[in-house]
Design a protein around this ligand. Structure first.
Ligand code: FE2
Ligand code: FE2
Length: 291
């Protein structure tokens, strides 16, 4: 960013100059703008650009978590911005299509939960500040998995009881990471720690119930369970949206029924809603260990 470099860049016809240590999110966003300027790009191209930006932010985030470094706040903010602007477009299906192109299951899950949560908060009519908190909670909800051994995290089969116990440590690990770093909102901390709790007290790690589970956490839990059901994994086939939603409804008092109803408007086509298929309990098993 020296004066000399900037003058040289301008002489070469630069339209924008970025510092060499700019984050991947900002760099990709600027490159995307060059390729598809706003106003001249289709909504699909703009959504694709936001997807790339959110993915890049997650990459910075997970890389830092795995390396035991502090989580880059800017990457989190950039991801949340990309997610919320993508949710404004209301095109959840295109977002899901892009998620399936990701071959890494951890990214896939995170982008899926985050995309669902952003769309859910948009549908609930939350103000921008609350949408940002929900987005941040979704992006970070499984950050503790960065410290779970890869042979358990990526095991292409069901986990043994001992392995499941290790996996169940991820909410506490993630919560500790955020508390140690500091500066995270209470609702984000709660979502990271408690996204596997159920309203009837059957969840983990603290068997919280009812009013002990804030609304923001309930929202993340619904997105998380639904995401785990529709994901494609080597040890389980993906479940179609209608059946996955029916499974949520069949969980009854474990999830917030009012929120589950609104979530149906987010994930199901109007036609399916009208047929009433979502009320039919077709699945009894709970979500896989990936959640
Ligand atoms: Fe989780
Ligand atoms: Fe999850």
């Amino acid at each position: 960013m020296s004066r000399r470099c900037q003058i040289q860049a301008n002489a070469l016809g630069a339209t924008e100059i970025l510092s060499a240590d700019v984050s991947a999110v900002v760099l990709l966003d600027r490159v995307g703008l060059l390729l598809a300027p706003p106003g001249q790009s289709t909504s699909a191209e703009e959504l694709g650009r936001r997807f790339v930006a959110a993915s890049a932010g997650l990459s910075d985030l997970m890389g830092a978590a795995e390396a035991g470094l502090g989580l880059p706040k800017q990457a989190i903010e950039d991801s949340v911005t990309a997610l919320n602007r993508a949710a404004d477009s209301g095109d959840l299906n295109s977002w899901l299509d892009m998620v399936w192109r990701h071959d890494d299951a951890t990214y896939q899950h995170c982008l899926l939960v985050s995309g669902l949560a952003a769309a859910f908060a948009h549908r609930l009519g939350f103000r921008e500040a609350d949408r940002r908190l929900i987005g941040e909670a979704a992006v970070l909800h499984d950050i503790g998995k960065a410290r779970i051994p890869l042979d358990i995290l990526r095991k292409p089969a069901s986990l043994s009881p001992a392995e499941r116990e290790v996996m169940r440590e991820h909410p506490g690990i993630g919560h500790d990471m955020l508390v140690t770093q500091g500066g995270f909102a209470p609702v984000v901390l709660a979502a990271v720690l408690s996204h596997h709790e159920y309203l009837d007290g059957s969840g983990y790690p603290h068997r919280l119930s009812g009013s002990g589970i804030p609304d923001a956490v309930r929202i993340i839990t619904i997105c998380d369970v639904y995401a785990a059901l529709i994901e494609r994994r080597s040890y389980k086939p993906p479940i179609p949206p209608g059946e996955a939603y029916a499974a949520l409804v069949a969980m009854g008092g474990k999830l917030d029924r009012d929120l589950v109803r609104v979530f149906g408007e987010v994930v199901l086509d109007a036609a399916i809603m009208q047929l009433g298929q979502y009320g039919r309990p077709v699945l009894e098993r709970s979500a896989g260990h990936a959640a």
